[in-house]
Write a protein that binds this ligand. Structure first.
Ligand code: HEM
Length: 122
């Protein structure tokens, strides 16, 4: 693989492509019976902004993530494996809806899975 390959950020359509994915992630989370209760008190615009920032920064974009680290954000919630897997499915489904490729979904899956220890049962 060449090191001149486009970044994951670029392959997902940059800021606007990722913003569209994040809209669908939020729609999926808030209609997913496994996790929707978790977001009942959340400010949608604020959570979507932070997830957009993190998604962009974490895939090679120039944006700065201004939210908390994953451990601080999820500590004390007692999130379980089923919820974690369900949130990942919501993300991959949102990417499919926005025509992301399998390679890009695999890369995002690897990034999300690497964060598991900072999110589940912390
Ligand atoms: C790899 C998976 C995940 C990522 C990348 C992620 C990312 C984030 C980010 C960026 C925030 C905002 C941080 C901040 O408030 O400063 C957040 C908050 C939150 N996350 Fe996650 N999260 C993940 C998994 C989960 C899971 C499995 C649940 C539970 C079902 C969950 C529930 C929440 C809730 C309830 C908030 C707080 C929202 C609020 O402040 O209103 N997250 N997450």
């Amino acid at each position: 693989m060449s090191n001149t390959q486009a970044s994951l950020y670029e392959r997902l359509g940059g800021q606007s492509g990722i913003a569209a994915i994040v809209e669908d992630i939020w729609a999926n989370h808030t209609s997913n019976p496994v996790v929707k209760q978790r977001y009942i008190d959340s400010d949608p615009e604020n959570v979507k902004r932070l997830v957009r920032e993190m998604f962009c920064a974490g895939t090679g974009g120039p944006e700065t993530y201004t939210g908390r680290d994953m451990l601080s954000a999820h500590r004390g919630m007692n999130i379980n494996d089923q919820e974690f897997n369900s949130v990942i499915d919501d993300v991959l489904d949102a990417m499919t809806k926005n025509d992301a490729g399998q390679q890009e979904k695999d890369e995002v899956l690897a990034i999300l899975y690497s964060l598991k220890g900072e999110i589940v049962h912390v």
